[in-house]
Write a protein that binds this ligand. Structure first.
Ligand SMILES: [Zn+2]
Length: 85
């Protein structure tokens, strides 16, 4: 398997990206932890290698806040070939 790495800074050309992970972040105002489930809440119009902001809302102190993620992408290429039957 050979990995192809991609340069930073291109759009994935999808409206919404759902990922099977939960990220724990703290409200910048009151410090309460929030779990953001990225399988339920999508990253909108994601780019590779650039910061994408994810919006959260703290119900405890009624504050809207953001945190940033960076998507890094690699492609594993298996160069063994086979004929299509
Ligand atoms: Zn808060």
């Amino acid at each position: 398997m050979e990995d192809v790495m991609f340069k930073d800074g291109f759009e994935l050309n999808v409206k919404r990206l759902y990922l099977p992970t939960v990220i724990e972040v703290k409200c910048p105002k009151c410090g309460i932890s929030h779990k953001e489930d990225l399988e339920r809440y999508a990253i909108s119009f994601p780019w590779v290698g650039e910061k994408t902001s994810i919006g959260c809302y703290c119900n405890d102190c009624e504050t809207e806040f953001l945190f940033d993620v960076v998507i890094r992408l690699s492609l594993g290429v298996d160069k063994s070939t086979r004929a299509v039957e």
